[in-house]
Structures are given as C-alpha cells and as structure tokens.
Design a protein around this ligand. Structure first.
Ligand SMILES: Cc1cc2nc3c(=O)[nH]c(=O)nc-3n(C[C@H](O)[C@H](O)[C@H](O)COP(=O)(O)OP(=O)(O)OC[C@H]3O[C@@H](n4cnc5c(N)ncnc54)[C@H](O)[C@@H]3O)c2cc1C
Length: 491
C-alpha cells in the first residue's frame, strides 16, 4: 500500500475529505458497501487534527441538550463502544467519571445535569456524597459529585487508527499530503482539486474539521464560519497515574465554552490536566501559553491536590471548531446535512465535543443521508475485525517470554522509557496505511513518548524505517513533507 497513487481516468464512488476520527469512521462504515472509496487528507497521516488533541474521554451524554444530534449520537456512541473496541482491538477503560461540587449552587447544577442525562437516556447517573468519592477516587476533592458509571477513557489516536486501518483493509484508499483546494461539479461528477492531483467522484463527504467551513463553501454552502477555540493541556508523569483511576471534572461554566479544567487518566497511565478555553485567530496555532498553564495548575489542583510541578512532562493544545463566536456564545448542534445545492455531498460542520464519542453514529447518519438518494449494495467481503500491535510492556514475564519465543524481535528494546520492542516498531512500520514517518511510528507504538521524548530511540526508529522502506537517511521524514532529519553523514 505504500505510495498509493491515482490514475487520471480513475473514478471514485465516494471521496471523503479529512481523516480525523469522523472521516475515518465514515470510511470504515462506508466500506461495508460495495463502493470505491478514497480519503483525501492534507496531513501525512490520519488523526493529525482535533482528533489527536483532546481529553480522550468517551462521554456519557449528560452535557448535551436533549433532542440534539450531539446528545443522541453521544449516548449511542458510548453504548456501542464495547463492540467496536473489541472489533478494532483498541485500548479503553470503562472508568466512570465524577463531576465534583462544593457549594449548594453546585449541587443544584449537578441535579440539573443529572436531569439532562436522564432525559438523554444516560444509564446509572447518581449524586454521591464525599464518602463515595473517597471510595471511587480517594485523591479527588469534592463535597459531593455526579457519578457517571458509563463514561470511559480511550486513546483517540488508536481509535482513529483502528477505524482507518480497518477501512483500508476493506478496500478504502487513503491519499495523504493531499489538501483539497477546490471542488467543481459537472455532469454529475465532483472534481476535487488537491495540492497533488485532481480526483473524480460521484459523492463527496466533508469531514474536514477545522477546514470544514472552507470545504462547505466550495460545495456552494458558504454561510458557515468556524471560530477556533484553543484548549491547552499538561501531560503528567505516569507516577501520579495510580492516584487518579477516573476522570474528575468541575461543574462546567457555560461562559468558558467547554466542560471546565478537569483531570483525566489516559489509557497509558499518564494524567492530563486541561483544557483551557480561548478563542484564537488562526486555526493552526497550537502554541501553549504561560497564562493558560498557570490556570491549568490552579484548576487541576483544586480537584487533585496531589499534583506537583515535578510531575509535568509536556504540554499540547487542541482547537475546537466552534460554530459560535466568543461574543455569540450559546449552543450550536452538529451540522450534518445533504442539501439541494449539493445533492451528492454530505456536509459536516462544527463537529466539536463530543465528536470523538459520537464518530460512529455520525458516520451512520452520513450513510442514512446518502441512502436517501441511492441504495448501496453490501460488500460481502467486509471484515469488521482489525488486529492491533501486541504491546510487550504490559504482559506478565511468562507472556513476555512466550512472545520472545515466537518472535525474537520482542527481545530487543528500542524505546527504554516505554519498553517498546523492535517487534512493535516493525509492526508499526508495516501498517496498512503505508505511513513511515518517525511521528507516524511514534503514535502507533509509543516510541519517543516517555520521559526522554525520543533522545534514545528516535535515531533507532529512523534506522528501522530506512531498513524497512528502503530509504536513505536523507529521505526519512520526521512528520510533514519536507521535515527531513538528516542532511548527510558526519564522517
Ligand atoms: C480541547 C478538546 C477536548 C475534547 N475532548 C473530547 C472528549 O474528551 N471526548 C469527545 O468525545 N470529544 C472531545 N473533543 C471533540 C473531538 O476531539 C472532535 O469532535 C473530533 O476529534 C472531531 O473529529 P473530526 O474528524 O471532525 O476533525 P479532525 O480530527 O480535525 O479531522 C479533520 C481532518 O480534515 C483534514 N483537513 C482539513 N482541511 C482539509 C482539506 N482542505 N483537504 C484535506 N484534508 C483536510 C485535517 O487535516 C484533519 O485531519 C474535544 C475537542 C477539543 C478541541
């Protein structure tokens, strides 16, 4: 699959623009049908936008307005997750979640959230007292809390990757480094012009996240504006992980435009504090600011006082694709539409939180809208199962010995901080999407993610990429096109 190309006379049934979690879910669900599908992505890999930069929480659905698409698809996405996680072999944990309160006003707001959740069909919501908080998460502070047992944590990259790889294994083709710059419709065919080529298709699905208003305008629906709203995070050392078995949130302040600064464990044992909430001008400004960092420490410590500066490893930011500006505020639902001005296009705009949780039901809705126009015949060869990379580090010594016996490459450690073996790195390089950048391998198997952030393993990973992809050192890319790491030998 490496270096997927398209020929001039090729015609697709569906072109999906964007391979975040939503585009990948649409690709995977459409591959259940006998269709020729392509995904056009401006970045060199899947999950390079908002889908990689969030809290990684599988929401339950008590924060969303009853009757909205957000509420419906969040609850459905949460309910169906066990099955899809099994099929795609991806890590997640049904941890449950606490929303903590301290004052009588807080209690009223928690009761209102519970009522919203009950209306939306969220199972098992309860208001619990301090004793119960102590049992569920002893290090978390709060006088009382809303307890949501169905909330879970997941690895957003692994989820998106699972969907995309499963789509690829079922015949979908991914075209990376292809930014869509124009769309023309003539004689029933879309011509999607990208920075690399022109692709032809009968259908287009706009899953471009922060770029979705631009694609929407190319489709003739120019009334949308995306207002980027940045959320910054701290990543904490796994040392503090055992203190936080579940996500703990404050009561959201609607004026702040998010769910508030919370603390949440990751499936890999780190802890995240965040996100802040700040409207910004550009949609690719991922910088982290001292001001937001100070705010995070204050907000996070209120819920988890055990946090210390020595636990901080690094920070990152995500950007919410909001349909309302800072001054407008208020609620705007997901836009998922097929309109007369573009009858063979499905337009998705403003897919902000809970878009990660809701991705599969959103894909279901896209297909429902398409099937109003045309009935798709099933792909009888569709296989919903995808196997992930078997991790070495969380196995028992007996299981590790067994793995090494089966494959001696499990006996060679490439990343010391995270205990990632050569076998895992090689499996990552042999991925079905044909991605062989250093960061592509990092996100697939966790090399370079530990304390030393690649000081030890980065060159070793580059060497394995060279070996597997038959590349010279000068050809190995760090991430984007042009991000060369080596210019030649020293001696
Ligand atoms: C701070 C923060 C916290 C969040 N926390 C959660 C959470 O805990 N749980 C939850 O359920 N949701 C959460 N969300 C929301 C969730 O992350 C998003 O709703 C979801 O990731 C959106 O996915 P997407 O595929 O629509 O967008 P993206 O992941 O942004 O994907 C869009 C893709 O389109 C590509 N693209 C754009 N323009 C073009 C073009 N012209 N040509 C080709 N490709 C293009 C981009 O490169 C990108 O890869 C959070 C969001 C933020 C910002």
């Amino acid at each position: 699959m490496k270096g997927v190309t398209v020929t001039m006379d090729e015609m697709f049934d569906v072109l999906i623009i964007g391979s975040g979690v939503v585009g990948s879910a649409v690709a995977r669900e459409l591959s259940r049908y006998s269709l020729k599908i392509g995904v056009l992505e401006k970045e060199p890999d899947v999950c390079c936008g908002t889908s990689a930069r969030n809290s990684g929480v599988l929401h339950a659905g008590f924060n969303n307005k009853p009757g909205s698409l957000m509420a419906r698809f969040c609850v459905e996405g949460n309910r169906g997750f066990d099955e899809v996680a099994r099929e795609l072999d991806i890590p997640y944990k049904r941890t449950g979640k606490l929303v903590v309160g301290f004052t009588p006003t807080d209690r009223e707001r928690l009761l209102a959230m519970k009522e919203t959740g009950d209306k939306n069909g969220v199972p098992g919501l309860e208001i619990v007292d301090r004793n119960r908080i102590n049992k569920l998460a002893p290090a978390v502070r709060g006088e009382f809390a809303l307890w949501s047992p169905s909330t879970a944590i997941l690895d957003p990259f692994q989820y998106t990757l699972g969907l995309a790889e499963n789509a690829a294994l079922n015949g979908v083709r991914f075209f990376f480094n292809n930014e869509v710059t124009g769309l023309e419709f003539s004689d029933g065919i879309y011509h999607a012009k990208t920075t690399k080529a022109t692709y032809r298709s009968r259908w287009v699905v706009n899953c471009a996240g922060l770029g979705s208003a631009k694609i929407s305008a190319m489709l003739g629906m120019g009334e949308y504006t995306i207002h980027p709203c940045r959320g910054e995070y701290f990543v904490l050392d796994p040392k503090i992980g055992p203190l936080l078995p579940l996500p703990a949130y404050p009561i959201p302040n609607p004026a702040e435009g998010g769910l508030g600064i919370h603390v949440t464990p990751t499936v890999d044992g780190n802890v995240l504090i965040g996100p802040s909430s700040e409207y910004i001008d550009g949609d690719d400004d991922y910088s982290c600011t001292q001001q937001a960092m100070d705010l995070l420490i204050k907000g996070g410590s209120k819920i988890l006082p055990a946090i210390k500066r020595e636990h901080f490893i690094r920070n990152f930011a995500g950007i919410r694709p909001k349909l309302t500006s800072e001054s407008e505020g208020g609620f705007r639902d997901f836009v998922i539409e097929r309109r007369p001005e573009a009858p063979h296009a499905v337009n998705l705009v403003g897919i902000e939180s809970p878009g990660l949780t809701a991705a599969l039901p959103i894909a279901g809705e896209v297909i429902r809208l398409m099937q109003q126009v045309e009935t798709f015949s099933p792909n009888h060869g569709f296989n919903p199962v995808r196997k992930g990379i078997t991790p070495f580090r969380n196995k028992t010594p007996e299981q590790q010995a067994e793995l090494i016996k089966e494959n001696p490459d499990y006996g060679e450690i490439v990343c010391r901080c995270e205990t990632i073996t050569k076998a895992e790195v090689l499996a990552a390089i042999r991925n079905p999407l044909g991605v062989d950048t250093v960061t592509g391998i990092k996100y697939r198997c966790r090399t370079m993610m530990g304390r030393c952030q690649g000081g030890y393993c980065q060159t070793r990973v580059a060497e394995l990429i060279m070996q597997e992809s038959h590349k010279t050192p000068e050809e190995v890319l760090y991430s984007r096109e042009g991000s060369y790491q080596f210019t030649g030998t020293v001696r």
